[in-house]
Design a protein around this ligand. Sequence first.
Ligand code: HEC
Ligand code: HEC
Length: 219
Amino acid sequence: MGLWLVSVGGCVQGPSEAPPLVTSASGQADTATIEACMVCHSTREMQRGPVLDGLPEWYLADQLKKFKSGRRGNNAANRAGALMGAAMAKVETEAQLAGLARHFAARKPKPFIRVIRGDLPVGRAQYATRCASCHGVKGEGKPEIASPPVNVQEDWFLLDQLRKYANGQRTVHPSDAGGVMMQASAAALSPDDLRNVVAYIAKDLTVTPPLQKVGPPKL
Ligand code: HEC
Ligand code: HEC
């Protein structure tokens, strides 16, 4: 039960080219809907969203609700976010949303090619003092404060999201205390330090091995 009330500050606006999602009669996440998500959430396309596999169910559901209500993905300056916001139009029921979160959470994190380079010792120090309290010393996240893991996502996506928090493109609702603090954390780091911290996470915390052969770290 429970149809979504979509009218928080109007509909989610986004470019019209987002592919339509198929909704099953039962409201559960069916394979057609999942397939529609995978148009953007697999490694098939060059221009795409992040691989979602292995993110926790609670975080996926939380973010999907934020996209659905327009708390995330309603900033036209963030084209990627707006595409995602538009894609949510056809996720119509809570049961369907929950089914999608369950589906992606049950999948194993995917190994990926590391593309972000940075100063690892600097990144390690920044992570320890500025990130670990909320995201955990292993990057495992802290569900009790709604803080996601950072050790399963692709490195380009981590950096992309940090930049978007810092420049305001990843929208955070003023009542979302954790998100507001996250935005402040990202804004406090220089562009170089954002790279450094992501390079450190990808090197030492990410649970999957790198797809490429990496040389010894530049210390
Ligand atoms: C048109 C392409 C597109 C489609 C279709 C799409 N997404 Fe997305 N999605 C994106 C992009 C791009 C982002 C990154 C948004 C940003 O940068 O703010 C994203 C972000 C997300 C995130 C946030 C991930 C994170 O760690 O912050 C979740 C969860 C998500 N999508 C789930 C889904 C689900 C479930 C579906 C299917 C119902 C779906 N998406 C369909 C493009 C798409
Ligand atoms: C006060 C706690 C706190 C601190 C400190 C913090 N974060 Fe976060 N972080 C969060 C919360 C809460 C979210 C989810 C916010 C939302 O829903 O947008 C988040 C989200 C993120 C995301 C998005 C993940 C995704 O899949 O979409 C990244 C990346 C991230 N944090 C990295 C960092 C890094 C790197 C640092 C240190 C520079 C840091 N965070 C510091 C609490 C924190």
